[in-house]
Design a protein around this ligand. Structure first.
Ligand SMILES: Nc1ncnc2c1ncn2[C@@H]1O[C@H](COP(=O)(O)OP(=O)(O)OP(=O)(O)O)[C@@H](O)[C@H]1O
Ligand SMILES: [Mg+2]
Length: 313
């Protein structure tokens, strides 16, 4: 299914100034083709989640419209699944029941639910966890369950808001590899919000960069690389450099919160070639954008370790 976002504008009541409204999105437009994977990146507060939730039908734009396969979106529907950053799992239910919950709500018969559950668990290599309770799972496992639940009703569109935002670096790399394999088996149209440029390049056919200037789209970059993506390739790193530079412009030196700090950190690490995991650089110092891209070997080595770890699992 295709998505067409046509000139959406969205404002919210401004808590500070009661008469004013805070304009978040102004005339934002883009297209996502059937089967495409598009990532949305940008500084904190630029309107990524707002955009995604309007596509999901959770809230309405003030003006403009979203079309899914040519039909206007007015409310949520089973054609669009949404994966939340904080999993939104039901902690009192077992893994299997969590994944089957949306199928049950849709009236899918029990035998069919159980058949699909088996298939989904095997995609995520979680066959042995159907009867585990959510509180027994690691963060990475919870995240996989949340994605499986999203896929359960065979959505035509998968909308994911920072699906790997809550897991640590090593687990994140592993999950990316596993998630990519899962998604390759189900060719759904996907939009993902992420703060991680590397993650965006790893998954996406296109990366859209939004700015704080009312969600204005600063860049829409086609990632023309074969799958699965080779993080050690030169072109991969050229995309990293290109998108990092655009994000830096989008951030414009304004760091408002932890997410922005992370983004700033990422930019500095790419520029200095510091290790993405351990290299903690000091924020706020004036660094040249043309800093030598040295020590890439560190990043490449760590990525190779992640691939090796995944092979061993
Ligand atoms: N329901 C709401 N009421 C008032 N303001 C809102 C509401 N939802 C979002 N906003 C504001 O709209 C702006 C954009 O929010 P949004 O959550 O879309 O940003 P984001 O790009 O997803 O940020 P982050 O990267 O931090 O998740 C923010 O300033 C936010 O405070
Ligand atoms: Mg958000």
């Amino acid at each position: 299914m295709s998505i067409s976002v046509q000139g959406i504008t969205k404002s919210f009541a401004d808590k500070g100034q009661k008469k004013e409204r805070k304009l978040v999105l102004k005339d934002v437009s883009f297209e996502v083709k059937d089967g495409e994977f598009v990532s949305l990146v940008g500084p904190s507060g630029c309107g990524k989640t707002t955009t995604l939730t309007i596509i999901a039908g959770f809230q309405k734009a003030d003006s403009g419209q979203v079309l899914v396969d040519g039909a206007p979106v007015s409310k949520p529907g089973p054609d669009r699944a949404f994966v939340f950053q904080n999993y939104a799992l039901l902690p009192w239910l077992k893994v299997g029941d969590n994944i089957m919950y949306p199928m049950k709500k849709q009236g899918i018969p029990k035998a069919e639910r159980e058949k699909r559950l088996k298939e989904l668990l095997s995609i995520a290599q979680m066959e042995d966890n159907a009867n585990s309770y959510i509180y027994e799972l690691s963060g990475g496992m919870k995240q996989r369950v949340a994605i499986l639940r999203g896929l359960a009703c065979d959505p035509k569109i998968l909308l994911m808001d920072e699906p790997l935002g809550a897991v640590d670096f090593q687990m994140r790399k592993l999950l990316q590899i596993q998630m990519e394999a899962m998604l390759q088996q189900r060719k759904v149209t996907t939009m993902m919000v992420t703060h991680d440029v590397d993650e965006a390049i790893y998954f996406s056919d296109r990366v859209i960069v939004m700015s704080r200037d009312h969600g204005r789209i600063m860049a829409d970059v086609q990632i023309d690389l074969p799958r699965p993506r080779d993080r050690t390739g030169l072109r991969y790193h050229e995309y990293m450099d290109q998108l990092t530079e655009i994000l830096k412009q989008a951030l414009n030196g304004e760091v408002f919160n932890e997410e922005d700090k992370d983004l700033m950190q990422f930019i500095e690490n790419v520029e200095t070639g510091a290790d993405l995991h351990e290299g903690r650089t000091i924020l706020g110092t004036d660094k040249s954008t043309s800093a030598p891209k040295k020590e890439r070997r560190n990043i490449l080595r760590r990525n190779r370790q992640c691939h090796d770890m995944n092979d061993k699992l």
